[in-house]
Design a binder for this molecule. Structure first.
Ligand SMILES: NC(=O)c1ccc[n+]([C@@H]2O[C@H](COP(=O)([O-])OP(=O)(O)OC[C@H]3O[C@@H](n4cnc5c(N)ncnc54)[C@H](OP(=O)(O)O)[C@@H]3O)[C@@H](O)[C@H]2O)c1
Length: 279
């Protein structure tokens, strides 16, 4: 079973990466552990304020930068052509690197078209290996298509068994855009881990409900970036390549859809507007 996806520009991206949102300075050793124990992809963002910590963890791990697929994102207050280019250079500096593997627009806040133009230029200059978006709905992608010359390689969106994104998933597939799941565990939502359907399936494979959630994503051809600071759970989250769910099991998980999300919603214009002024 390949552990990589091939993006629409031919670049390979690990199917499982480590999400580092809210990993604190005193937990940085968990990133070192992850890198030394098989993780080849890290997902950060300027908004997470931990890019410098990522750079130190990479250095401490002894793993060559070129063997790590590094994702970071431009935040809403840095939208606009000039600001995005400046934000990109600042991320490079903090990450102590001269290129980014995947650079994403974090949210479709009002000036995202201008930001995309800047990102396309950086991509064409060879400073980014693949470019994409996050939290984009179909309407945002349709607007982007009108003004762009490069199709996004990835759309990173909230995806878990209670928010499955089925419709957007198929739109992305038809456009050749890889669906990447953020918050695959709903930020550690216990009602996911305690869900009877997921528990039943996990027992069959000798896995945990968390592993079933990751496998369910992979079986839909979705990339995942679970966050953990525990060595045991980091190992667990990578140990998902030796089983696969049946169609019946996929159908059962499909019934768990609740289609709920909070204030951080790409359809919430107030959220998109306010966050332009928050760093
Ligand atoms: N683009 C965006 O707008 C956006 C938004 C949110 C997140 N993200 C990205 O997505 C990543 C993941 O999302 P997230 O950090 O919000 O949450 P998540 O990955 O859904 O859940 C993390 C929580 O689950 C726990 N956990 C991890 N592995 C587990 C396992 N095997 N069994 C039981 N519990 C487990 C973690 O605890 P321990 O750490 O104690 O293991 C933590 O409390 C982020 O780090 C970030 O990179 C992107």
């Amino acid at each position: 079973m390949s552990e990589n996806y091939i993006l629409n520009n031919g670049v390979e991206m690990p199917k499982v990466g480590l999400g580092v949102y809210k990993i604190q300075e005193d937990q940085a050793d968990s990133i070192v552990y992850a890198l030394q124990n098989g993780y080849k992809s890290l997902d950060t963002a300027s908004f997470y304020h931990n890019e410098e910590m990522i750079a130190s963890a990479i250095k401490k791990s002894g793993i060559d930068r070129k063997n790590i697929f590094l994702t970071t994102k431009v935040w809403n207050s840095d939208h606009g052509k000039k600001k995005t280019k400046k934000a990109f250079e600042e991320s490079l500096k903090r990450l102590n690197t001269d290129y980014i593997d995947l650079y994403l627009i974090h949210w479709p806040s009002p000036k995202y078209i201008e930001s995309w133009k800047a990102i396309e230029e950086l991509y064409k200059e060879g400073k980014i290996r693949a470019i994409g978006v996050a939290n984009f709905e179909q309407k945002h992608l349709e607007k982007l298509e009108k003004f762009s010359t490069v199709t996004p390689a990835v759309n990173q969106i909230q995806t878990n068994p209670f928010k499955q994104q089925e419709q957007l998933h198929w739109y992305l597939k038809n456009k050749g855009i890889l669906h990447e799941a953020w918050g695959p565990f709903g930020h550690g939502n216990q009602s996911l881990f305690n869900n009877e359907v997921l528990i039943e399936i996990s027992k069959k494979y000798g896995k945990t409900p968390a592993q079933v959630i990751l496998r369910w994503n992979l079986d839909r051809e979705i990339a995942v970036i679970p966050k953990s600071v525990s060595p045991k759970r980091l190992d667990q989250n990578l140990d998902v390549f030796d089983f696969s769910l049946t169609n019946e099991e996929m159908k059962k998980i499909a019934t768990l859809e609740q289609n709920t999300r909070g204030f951080n919603d790409p359809n919430n214009k107030l959220f998109l507007w306010i966050t332009q002024f928050i760093n």
